[in-house]
Design a binder for this molecule. Structure first.
Ligand SMILES: Cc1cc2nc3c(=O)[nH]c(=O)nc-3n(C[C@H](O)[C@H](O)[C@H](O)COP(=O)(O)O)c2cc1C
Length: 302
């Protein structure tokens, strides 16, 4: 038996596999495929302070080896989320990561402080990188804004802070350095790549929001490059994601330097993916003669 646990900012995950925010609902449908208690951690779809409708349809569009989405983060607002959803997430067993997003520095702080006060969350993830918001601003694409948000949030919470970074920048590894200097306890990468599609019949953009974010297998080599180049530059752990469809893809992220991995788009294609990835990573580690998943993190760097 090998040790599958990994540690992110002092929190032990029983295994390194979690859903990517916004791609996995803890509902009867998913629970019918495998028990969410088997996951390394659970995470919500990003929550805003106030209710918001999200973007007009169409919100998703299939592309070769991927998907464009411009959901725009509809949100029921913090209060209802904490009352209705958080107890359910908590009851599942794995560590709980709460994904939040603010529209101003004050809102980021208020959200983080409120999450801290619940006493039932293990880590908070800052979605600094959604490319599909009507406000149109990607916090993690601007060094000063990224630094200010992370530093302000760290001040008001005792919870470890994960900064979710944007690949829509010149060099994501430099943004990871900025987040670490501002006090982040971990980074997650990557969020979606800005993209769009045009209907040649109507001669108009297909998505209601005009632009969207590309995810799925098409972005995996780009995301691997991001993790690989970031690993050498920071000391805090990386949660790697972007196009993971199989356990082999997940192993690639661990070898590049990710301590944990998140599965997103593939959850819509095969709801058993995360279970298969958990088992596949353990099998790979055992077969290769290691005793712990931690032994393979960053091996491709050597
Ligand atoms: C439909 C959809 C909704 C998403 N919603 C969120 C979200 O609310 N918050 C967030 O941080 N990322 C969100 N993401 C981004 C994913 O968490 C992940 O970073 C991205 O999809 C890359 O991983 P993948 O290629 O495995 O999907 C969303 C992605 C998709 C496809």
């Amino acid at each position: 038996m090998i040790d599958t646990s990994v540690e992110i900012a002092g929190v032990t995950l029983p295994n390194p596999v979690l859903p990517a925010s916004g791609t996995y609902e803890v509902d009867e449908v998913h629970a019918g495929f495998f028990s969410p208690s088997e996951l390394g951690a659970v995470i919500n779809k990003t929550i805003f302070m106030n209710p918001r409708p999200g973007n007009p349809p169409p919100r998703i569009w299939e592309t070769p080896c991927g998907m464009l989405n411009a959901i725009g983060i509809p949100s029921e607002g913090l209060e209802r989320f904490l009352a209705d959803q958080l107890p359910r997430l908590r009851s599942l067993g794995p560590p709980v990561i709460l994904s939040i997003a603010g529209n101003s520095l004050q809102e980021w702080q208020d959200l983080a402080a409120a999450v801290d006060r619940t006493g039932s969350v293990d880590m908070v993830e800052l979605d600094l990188s959604c490319p599909n918001l009507e406000e149109g601003f990607i916090w993690a694409a601007d060094e000063a804004a990224l630094s200010r948000v992370v530093a302000s949030v760290v001040k008001v919470t005792r919870l470890p802070v994960i900064s979710k970074l944007s690949p829509n920048v010149r060099d994501i590894s430099e943004m990871a350095v900025v987040a670490e200097r501002a006090g982040t306890a971990a980074v997650s990468m990557v969020n979606s790549y800005q993209g769009m599609a045009i209907d040649i019949g109507t001669r108009k953009p297909i998505l209601g929001n005009i632009t969207g974010g590309l995810t799925g297998p098409a972005i995996r080599p780009l995301a691997i490059h991001g993790v690989f180049t970031t690993f050498k530059k920071i000391t805090v752990p990386i949660i790697g994601m972007g196009g993971i469809a199989t356990w082999q893809d997940a192993v690639e992220f661990l070898l590049a330097g990710a301590t944990a991995v998140a599965v997103g788009t593939q959850n819509f294609v095969n709801p058993l993916t995360m279970k298969e990835v958990i088992e596949g990573i353990a099998g790979y580690v055992e077969e290769a003669g290691f005793s712990s998943v931690r032994d393979i993190i960053g091996l491709a760097q050597e």
